[in-house]
Design a binder for this molecule. Structure first.
Ligand SMILES: [Zn+2]
Length: 188
């Protein structure tokens, strides 16, 4: 089974400011998603996260494979930040890893990745499938090469792409100890 990947183009328009400043949004109450657009105008778009994918309403399409380029190269310039909401991982190597193919037109350059998780292992993903939350969700954020930077890319409808990976918790027995590990959804 393939790892479940979904691509959130317009969603990406609101990712950058939230991740950069990362203190004043939440998922409940008066800092919840309904209010994000008041502080971040990028969040006022029509296709706004968090999203719920209803599999009964998903349209099946055939697309070329997504090609990952440069992800096997060694990296020596990595910045890991706790921004108060998540672990933010930025790679500043040149050349940057990138993706192309799938529904993408052109190359998208890797900018950063971060995680969404909850207070316990029953929920935490930002997005859902059939209203089901997952314990963790990885977002890999890319900007379109022609825009040169995330700050420029957020001004364009096709500026950013996010690859999202849902994780589940697996229990392993290792040297007589139970290990709880996060594994990407779809992996055996
Ligand atoms: Zn995210």
């Amino acid at each position: 089974m393939k790892i479940m990947v979904f691509m959130l183009f317009a969603l990406a328009l609101m990712q950058a400011p939230r991740i950069t400043y990362g203190e004043d949004f939440g998922y409940d109450g008066n800092t919840g998603p309904t209010f994000w657009s008041e502080r971040y105008r990028e969040c006022a778009g029509k296709h706004q996260s968090p999203i719920n994918i209803n599999v009964l309403h998903v349209k099946q399409v055939t697309l070329p494979d997504i090609t990952f380029i440069g992800f096997d190269d060694s990296i020596d310039n990595v910045h890991v930040t706790n921004n108060g909401h998540t672990v933010l991982i930025e790679v500043r190597n040149e050349p940057h890893p990138r993706v192309r193919g799938g529904p993408l037109e052109g190359d998208y350059v890797f900018s950063q990745m971060h995680f969404h998780w909850g207070d316990n292992d029953t929920f935490g993903s930002e997005d859902k499938i059939n209203h089901r939350s997952f314990p963790m969700e990885l977002h890999m954020v890319f900007f379109k090469e022609e825009y040169k930077s995330v700050s420029e890319a957020v001004k364009h409808q096709d500026g950013l792409t996010v690859l999202a990976f849902f994780y589940e918790v697996n229990v392993l027995l290792f040297e007589n100890r139970l290990l709880f590990i996060y594994v990407p959804l779809g992996l055996p």
